[in-house]
Design a protein around this ligand. Structure first.
Ligand SMILES: NC(=O)c1ccc[n+]([C@@H]2O[C@H](COP(=O)([O-])OP(=O)(O)OC[C@H]3O[C@@H](n4cnc5c(N)ncnc54)[C@H](OP(=O)(O)O)[C@@H]3O)[C@@H](O)[C@H]2O)c1
Length: 250
């Protein structure tokens, strides 16, 4: 029987951090690019290294119906297995908690948290992935560990992701390593509108001892965490925020 082809699955690969990670890892790995928009995923694909393979998985993670079937079908059709899973897809819903609707809560939890849990489960099933999963990275956020006005659901979804990360790190060891990356503020399509506010951008620049970060810096950390160099690291939250959350300057 022929060996299946190993892939790294990156959700949210159509934009921002997920795109930067997919492009960076494509230098050495075959990558499954996930997002909702095939045209944006094709743009990511064009930036990837030509020497490795690409597959595209379009799936709306706001509704979880059919998620496993759709991923399993893509893998079976292409004789692909997934050894690394990186969940970067995320939705930023900023609203005062008292006016947030149940639909908004469900959408945020589905995209940011439950989809990651269900994809992990799907990849742990022998029938789908032949016991090939070795490494998981969840893209969380520094707000997972802190409080901020209007961030309640977003923060709760990242907190759930980090709690899942720690438990899976214990439950799946030693076969699978599981870690989270907690970025601080970066310029991506997610934050473009927020950072268009010159006052806010100015305050943020001031609060970050190393200034605002870039998606490449997050991709560099992801590259380390999937490499053999990090083989004794699991169950950790990696804060990468230019010193923002340790800065208590008044
Ligand atoms: N930027 C920051 O300052 C920052 C800071 C901390 C943490 N993060 C986290 O980093 C991750 C990436 O964010 P980003 O800044 O790179 O944002 P981005 O450029 O807006 O990318 C978000 C990605 O999530 C995907 N996505 C959103 N809703 C989806 C849905 N319903 N179904 C499937 N995919 C969906 C988008 O796909 P489409 O192209 O289909 O919309 C896109 O690929 C997120 O988890 C975010 O919470 C970002």
């Amino acid at each position: 029987m022929e060996e299946p082809v190993r892939f790294t699955l990156v959700t949210g690969a159509s934009s921002g951090i997920g795109r930067a990670i997919a492009v960076r890892l494509s230098a050495e790995r075959n990558v499954i690019l996930h997002g909702r928009d095939a045209a944006k995923l094709a743009e990511t694909g064009a930036l990837c290294s030509p020497g490795t393979r690409r597959l595209v998985w379009t799936c709306d993670l706001g509704s979880l119906d059919g998620l496993e079937a759709s991923l399993a079908d893509l893998m079976r059709t292409n004789d692909a297995v997934v050894d690394v899973f990186i969940h970067s897809a995320g939705a930023l819903t900023l609203l005062p908690f008292r006016i947030m609707t149940r639909a908004q809560m469900t959408e945020t939890m589905n995209v940011n948290f439950l989809s990651a849990a269900l994809i992990t489960q799907a990849l742990l099933k022998k029938a789908n992935n032949r016991k090939q999963l070795r490494n998981i990275i969840f893209i969380s956020s520094t707000v997972s560990n802190f409080g901020a006005k209007a961030f309640s659901l977003y923060s709760a979804s990242k907190g759930a992701l980090d709690s899942l990360m720690r438990c899976l790190a214990v439950e799946l060891a030693p076969d699978v390593r599981v870690n989270s990356i907690l970025p601080g503020g970066l310029r991506t399509p997610m934050t473009d509108k927020m950072l268009a506010d010159a006052d806010l951008a100015g305050r943020m620049e001031k609060d970050y001892p190393l200034g605002l970060g870039t998606v490449d810096q997050i991709a560099g950390l992801a590259s380390f965490l999937v490499s053999d160099e990090s083989r004794w690291i699991t169950g950790q939250q990696f804060v990468i925020d230019g010193g923002r959350t340790i800065n208590i300057t008044a």
